[in-house]
Each structure stands twice: as C-alpha cells, then as structure tokens.
Design a protein around this ligand. Structure first.
Ligand SMILES: Nc1ncnc2c1ncn2[C@@H]1O[C@H](COP(=O)(O)OP(=O)(O)OP(=O)(O)O)[C@@H](O)[C@H]1O
Ligand SMILES: [Mg+2]
Length: 364
C-alpha cells in the first residue's frame, strides 16, 4: 500500500499543479468570501498575510494571488523560513558580496533580488528568528536592503506575501514575534477555513484529485462511490486538503476503496495510547521491543491491505510496497499471512453445497 509517507514523498517529487479556480474555491460560502477578498487585494501593492491551519492551501493561494496580480509575469520566489537554518537564511534572503564570510567565493543575489518584479513568498513567517524579524521589518519599512558585506542599498521591488499556521497574536503575546512586523505584513489578511468548515467543497476536490493522480500515476481509478463520499463528508480532516490529497493518492494507486478504510484505521491508530504496550515484570518498558512489535503489526496491516487490494498478487504488491519480491515473501511469512489468497466459502452449487474458490492462483 502507498503509505502516507510514500504518498507524501511522491507528492514532493511531483509538485502539485495549481487547481483550476472553480476547484480551488469550490461553492462553499467561506471560500467564496476568500475569492472576493483576493479579487480586491491581488492587484494592490501591499503585503498580504495568509493564515490557516496546516494543509489548508496557503501556498496554493499565494500562487493564485501572484497569477492574478500585476506581478504575474515576474518570478514567484518562495522562502521556506524554518527549512533554512538561521545564519544561512539571512544570506539566502539578502544575498552576499564576494568575501563577506568564509566560503563566499563569489557574490550571490538573495531571494529578495531574484523576486524582482514578482512575488516574494515568505512561508511559515512565525519561525523567523528575532534578528531576521528586525531586518525584514527594516526592508518593509523603507523598501531598501543591502547584501551581506556590501554597502550599496538595493531597492526591493516585489510584492510580499507571508503565510503562517500559527496564531500570531499569541506569538506576539509570548514575545516570539514582533508586533511592529506583524502590522507591516498584515495590511491585508486572508484566513483559509479548515476543510471541516467547507464540507460542500469536498466532492469537487475529490474529483479533481482523482483526475490529477490518474494522469500523474498513469492509472484509471474510477469515481469514488456515494458511500465513500458520504464517509469523506463526515470526517474531521485534521490535516485538511493535504490529508485528502494523500487519501486520494492512495485510492488511485491502490485502485480500490480499501484506501479510505485504511486511512480511517490509521487515524484511529494515531490516537494516544491506542497501543497497549507491555510493561515488564520489573516495571521497565523496553522501547526497542515495543517499537519492533508496533512495526511488525503495522507491516502486517499494510501488507494485508495491499494484498487484498491486488487479489493477492504478490509481485504487484512488492512493487507497490517498494520492496523486493523475496523480501515480501519473507515478510508475509513473518507476519503469519497466507501465501495465497485465503479460500473463501461460496455457496454456488445448485444443491447448496459449499464449494471453495481461490482465484489468486490464476493471477499469481
Ligand atoms: N483547492 C485545492 N485543490 C487541490 N489541491 C489543493 C487545494 N488546496 C491545496 N491543495 C493541495 O493541498 C496540499 C496542501 O496545500 P498547501 O501546501 O498550499 O497548504 P498549506 O496551508 O501551505 O500547508 P502547510 O501549513 O502545511 O504548509 C498541496 O499539495 C496542495 O497542492
Ligand atoms: Mg505551506
């Protein structure tokens, strides 16, 4: 089965296309309000702050705003603040002159410069450390910056969009974020609703993601059934659209609605203390052994789901699980799973006798 981690890895290596606008916004009232707000804001030369829980589509919105703005022909430059360590982030943002520090063998423009004429997207802005917050404030106040080790003032000519999933008021209250920087970046703010507050949009997202993943993974998964749509409609979606996206990637890869049940099962497993771990007689809790047991149990469940979804075709299962055929045979044995599809009793003879069928031997 394509696990969440595998689906994520696939998604990262294939950046997701921007959804068409009718899909991005959907018919929900909350998203229609967002659309009206960006219609007004996209063209204004002021910073925009995009807020919302993780996975609600903040980065996609930043790209849509860029595409609708007068800066659309310029570059869209993203800076993922926490992904770049503090000292490097400064040189990434501002650039440096040759000899500015050890290893600066040649001058390099920062992303403020590469965003010239376009949009600078500062993602997860709440993670910026205090000294960079001060420097950014300075640039936003007077529009000029200097490369590290340089005297020349350069004008920043880019629309700035910032995003965070933190509650900035709280960060300000506990001293983690500067109030004056907040006022600078928050000229216009747009809050994306969590998926649970826009459930009417789910069928549109599901259909869009199904088509997109069918194209990307060269599959032909059909539309999801009404029952599954009902199930998806009532989920809580703590991971928002990213969680739905993983779910749809698994559905398309597995080609089976098992994917949705597997996900529900996984979410249950994530509940704290849902795994009743053993305590030794001496009161010790051996972490290594517990981890081994959990891994085995998880492998058992994942392998079983993939085998079931693929009519017990073990070669195909090994391919999907990205392990060798031999490794799969070993793990199937170790997990105590049958080597062939278990015989199912079916009453299909005229006199009502129970006969057993095993089609997997034909497929294997
Ligand atoms: N309306 C949409 N239709 C289809 N896919 C979407 C939509 N909105 C977001 N996505 C997809 O959902 C995933 C999450 O979106 P995005 O990265 O923009 O969220 P985010 O709010 O920035 O999340 P995080 O806070 O975790 O960084 C992405 O893979 C994106 O392509
Ligand atoms: Mg993001």
């Amino acid at each position: 089965m394509a696990s969440t981690a595998e689906a994520r890895a696939l998604l990262q290596t294939h950046p997701v296309e921007l959804p068409p606008e009718h899909v991005y916004f959907g018919p929900s009232e909350t998203m229609q309000a967002v659309r009206q707000r960006i219609d007004r804001a996209a063209g204004l030369n002021v910073p925009i702050l995009v807020l919302g829980e993780s996975g609600t589509g903040k980065e996609v919105l930043a790209r849509l705003i860029h595409d609708r703005s007068p800066w659309r022909d310029g570059p869209f430059v993203k800076v993922n603040c926490p992904a770049i360590p503090g000292s490097l982030l400064e040189s990434e943002l501002f650039g440096f002159q040759k000899g500015a520090f050890t290893g600066a063998d040649a001058a390099k423009p920062g992303r403020m410069e590469t965003a010239h004429g376009g949009t600078l997207f500062l993602d997860e802005i709440a993670e910026l450390d205090a000294s960079l917050q001060a420097k950014l404030l300075h640039v936003l106040q007077d529009g000029y910056f200097t490369r590290i080790g340089d005297h020349e003032e350069r004008r920043m000519d880019a629309r700035v969009i910032c995003a965070t999933n933190r509650v900035l008021a709280k960060e300000i209250a506990n001293g983690g974020f500067r109030a004056d920087l907040f006022y600078r970046i928050n000229v216009i703010s747009i809050t994306l609703p969590p998926l649970r507050d826009r459930r009417e949009d789910i069928p549109y997202l599901v259909e869009h993601l199904r088509e997109q993943f069918n194209r990307r993974f060269k599959r032909e998964a059909g539309p999801v059934s009404k029952e599954i749509l009902h199930l998806l409609h009532h989920r809580e979606w703590p991971g928002n659209i990213r969680e739905l996206e993983n779910c749809m990637a698994r559905y398309v890869i597995l080609g089976s609605e098992e994917a949705f049940h597997a996900d529900r099962h996984q979410n249950q497993e994530k509940k704290p203390l849902s795994f009743a771990f053993e305590v030794n007689e001496d009161g010790k809790i051996p972490l290594k052994r517990i981890a081994q047991q959990v891994t085995r149990r998880m492998e058992h469940d994942v392998i079983l789901k993939v085998l079931q979804a693929n009519q017990w075709n073990r070669r195909k299962a090994a391919e999907i699980l990205k392990i060798s055929y031999r490794a799969l045979l070993y793990k199937v044995r170790q997990a105590g799973l049958p080597a062939k599809r278990p015989l199912r009793k079916v009453a299909d003879s005229e006199d009502g006798d129970m006969v057993t069928v095993d089609k997997s031997s034909l497929l294997d």
